[in-house]
Design a protein around this ligand. Structure first.
Ligand code: SF4
Length: 251
């Protein structure tokens, strides 16, 4: 799978304007993009599971995994099945990031932003593949990707997710004792299958569209951010926030 590294996205991760005219930064982005493409070993997997609501949370049937918290319950409100996915850029990208951290702060930041852009692009493609499968089965849609750590969904389920997908063996993806993914440029996520859309889903879609249309963060409706996201540990990296979606942690 060829992964696109979109310059505008890289600049967003660097918190720079998409119109930035800096020859040096532009050259470093080009260099990092071409270097990272040679190092990426993109691997992914996903599996579909039925779910059921229990007193403890949402039980993923056939596994020992229970998804706890208000936000994931809300996210999967219309779903009886979920897909759990995992994806990684592989260990070589991490090694290069560590190398650049020692030799140049600027280069390491740019390389890191390119890597984040690449893993998100890869996840977009995996999500599109899942969506195709879901629609072909006669369902209406899927939810957006929801990762451990979003809202009040605990990050401690990371290891259990990897275990049930057999991710360590199949794609070399593991988690540290603090539940950080290794390699770091990796993602796990939960996607709900929507058999029938409600008004709430349509509103969420509108918010995504609005987020995508407005490329400048300042132009977006920032209400949810000022109300909920400012104190979140994921504030800098949260893909949902960047798309103008609120995880529902307190809703
Ligand atoms: S940054 Fe906002 S949307 Fe993202 S996980 Fe945190 S509270 Fe939720």
């Amino acid at each position: 799978m060829e992964l696109e590294i979109d310059r505008t996205e890289v600049l967003r991760y660097l918190q720079s304007s998409k119109d930035l005219e800096d020859d040096n930064i532009n050259r470093l982005i080009e260099e990092a993009t071409s270097e990272i493409k040679k190092l990426i070993n993109f691997r992914y997997l996903y599996q579909k599971f039925p779910i059921e609501l229990s007193e403890d949370g949402i039980k993923v049937k056939g596994t020992t995994l229970t998804l706890k918290g208000k936000s994931i319950k809300k996210h999967l409100n219309n779903s009886k099945e979920i897909y759990i996915m995992a994806a990684t850029l592989g260990a070589q990208v991490d090694k290069k990031i560590s190398y650049y951290e020692k030799v140049s702060v600027t280069k390491s930041m740019i390389f890191d932003a390119c890597a984040t852009t690449a893993i998100e692009a890869g996840c977009d493609q995996v999500e599109a593949e899942i969506k195709e499968e879901v629609l072909a089965a006669g369902n209406e849609d899927i939810t957006f990707r929801y990762s451990p750590g979003y809202g009040d969904l605990g990050i401690e389920i990371q290891k259990e997710i990897l275990r049930i997908l057999k991710a360590p063996k199949k794609i070399g993806l593991t988690a540290s004792k603090y539940n950080m993914l290794i390699p770091t440029k990796s993602v796990t996520a939960i996607i709900g299958v929507i058999t029938e859309k409600t008004e709430v889903d349509h509103q969420a879609e509108d918010r995504i569209d609005r987020g995508n249309e407005n490329e400048n963060l300042e132009e977006r409706d920032l209400e949810f951010e000022t109300r909920h996201c400012k104190n979140c540990i994921l504030y800098q990296d949260c893909e949902l926030r960047r798309k103008g979606i609120y995880c529902g942690a307190k809703g």
